[in-house]
Design a protein around this ligand. Structure first.
Ligand code: FAD
Length: 510
């Protein structure tokens, strides 16, 4: 008797009950393969981070005495697909059954379900034992509702898991300190360097290149600085708590050319690959806060925990509630191609140049850069959500569809018509100026809507508002924008719209 158990590249949870003890009748299978390197054009650092972490995980399993068949990308007998490799392993080891853990992507879920029906081998499915919630929990909470309010879900989660609670009440008296999480970075605040291990990954990069995988972005192969193991994750979390948490909430939304990571944790890849558990991160952060209460304000820790216990679980639940329809939603009917500068960073708009540039260099941008710079521009320019999704899914180290899609198509592009967000996240140069230091260093003038050097964000903002009036006018949170727009004279409106049209016609030159 031999059971073959598949471990996907984002299922690197060493604490999973599968691994309690080595068994002679169980063989684990892991595979680096073209099926996963090629379904979208990924950042080279993302491919390297996955392979490096998978090899770390394989080493742990082997050191614990588990039987493992590991396919490297360049192995001559690698069939480069889950189906092909599994069939080969079934034959090699005379398998009598097989098993997999619930995948988090719809695409893989469908594929594995259909393989389990197709093959004449008994198949069982295990949970990944990673998330706080079951797949269906968000759907059940919002049954029959048009909008899924994250805040409602978040409060349920705080109570259910007893996180940041004082008895039955939220610690500090309020559930949410979001209002205090929106400060611009003052000149005198020193941002610590991010925690960054240095790995030599030349061998992996050479292998990926030799295989001809089409990637994007840059990598410093001799000093790759992403955390790819549980030990590194623990060090990164400790570093975050000691050096970054005290100001995390304050500058969560700030944007600056002084730093690419500010006070953010860079833990998303580790959690999304399931190397680190969200419970572990939340519990460790909460106990650190409880022992350092005098030094750290509640708004810092609440802001951090809300992202993980709230947003991360909520986005996953929403994905499972709405797939596969969600992946085709296009509320505004947008159809523009993504401007070329998203692939090069070559634009005169400083905010986009910096945010896209760092995304290509580091496979990372923080939340507000993703939402209010890269996403905001694509939304106002009317880029097709498929194009936007493909870019986000490829470029970020942490991009896996279950979390990328609701954030991009939902929160950032409002293509779901308002399931995630109560209004579109669009903003003019006023927002950039308020939250960042980009405008001071820009070719364009943030104060100008039209004419020479006018910031494109200004006219595009009004273009977006005006062209979508029939869809947005009745949204209570948009009423003020329409009142402001209607205060402009018809000549002013025409000038602004003409300016935007001119920019849109020459979008690749901006
Ligand atoms: P921190 O700011 O330190 O936050 C701590 C943790 O909270 C993160 O590690 C992450 O696990 C979680 N988190 C924060 N915000 C969110 C959110 N909105 N949804 C889910 N989890 C969240 N996150 C991804 O993990 N993968 C993606 O593909 C992804 N795509 C995004 C696309 C857009 C358009 C936007 C606006 C956001 C996206 N996010 C995505 C959410 C967020 O930007 C990243 O999780 C965060 O920037 C990761 O950096 P960090 O670990 O330093 O986060």
């Amino acid at each position: 008797m031999m059971e073959v158990r598949l471990i996907l590249g984002d299922q690197l949870n060493v604490q999973h009950s599968w691994y309690k003890e080595p068994r002679e009748d169980v063989l684990y299978v892991m595979m680096e393969m073209r099926q996963e390197t090629d379904y979208v054009r990924h950042h080279i650092q993302k491919v390297v981070a996955f392979f490096k972490s998978m090899r770390w995980f394989a080493g742990i399993l082997q050191s614990q005495g588990h039987q493992l068949r590991y396919f490297r990308l360049d192995d001559s007998d690698n069939q480069q697909s889950i189906e092909g490799n599994l069939q080969q392993v079934f034959q090699e080891f005379d398998a009598t059954s097989w098993a997999y853990q619930l995948p988090d992507e719809y695409r893989l879920d469908q594929m594995l379900q259909s393989l389990s029906k197709k093959w004449d081998l008994s198949c069982s499915v295990a949970d990944t034992e990673h998330f706080y919630t079951e797949r269906e929990e968000v759907q059940e909470l919002f049954e029959g509702k048009k909008t899924f309010l994250m805040e409602r879900f978040y409060r349920v989660m705080r109570k259910k898991h007893n996180v940041l609670m004082d008895g039955g009440a939220p610690m500090g008296g309020d559930w949410n300190y979001d209002q205090q999480n929106r400060k611009k970075l003052p000149k005198d605040v020193v941002v610590p360097e991010p925690f960054s291990p240095k790995h030599d990954v030349t061998d992996l990069v050479e292998m990926i290149e030799a295989a001809g995988v089409d990637t994007m972005g840059d990598i410093q192969a001799e000093a790759f600085d992403w955390m790819c193991s549980l030990e590194e994750g623990e060090e990164a979390l400790t570093y975050f708590l000691e050096h970054l948490l005290p100001k995390f909430g304050d500058y969560q939304d700030a944007m600056t050319t002084q730093s690419t990571t500010l006070f953010h944790s860079r833990l998303s890849f580790l959690m999304n690959a399931k190397i680190m558990s969200p419970q572990y991160v939340v519990d460790t952060a909460e106990s650190y806060y409880r022992t350092h209460k005098g030094e750290i304000d509640i708004s810092q820790i609440e802001g951090f925990i809300r992202q993980i216990l709230g947003w991360r679980e909520y986005m996953r639940g929403l994905y499972w509630a709405k797939m596969p329809e969600y992946g085709n939603m296009n509320f505004f009917g947008h159809d523009r191609k993504l401007p070329d500068f998203y692939w090069t960073g070559k634009t005169k708009m400083k905010c986009l140049q910096h945010s896209i540039g760092q995304s290509l260099e580091e496979a990372y941008a923080h939340h507000i850069q993703r939402l209010m710079v890269c996403g905001n521009f694509a939304l106002m320019a009317g880029v097709h959500p498929d194009e936007v999704d493909a870019w986000y899914l490829g470029v970020y180290i942490d991009a896996i569809e279950w979390v990328e899609l609701p954030n991009t198509r939902g929160m950032s592009q409002f293509a779901d018509g308002g399931i995630v967000a109560t209004k579109p996240y669009c903003g003019s140069a006023n927002y950039m100026k308020k939250m960042g230091d980009y405008c001071k260093q820009c070719h364009y003038k943030a104060s100008k809507k039209t004419g020479d050097g006018a910031c494109p964000f200004n006219s595009l903002y009004w273009h977006f508002i005006a062209r979508n009036e029939s869809l947005l006018r009745d949204n209570p949170r948009m009423g003020m924008m329409y009142r402001v727009w209607n205060k402009y004279s018809s000549e002013q409106q025409e000038d602004i719209l003409n300016q935007a049209d001119q920019y849109l016609e020459n979008i690749d030159e901006l």
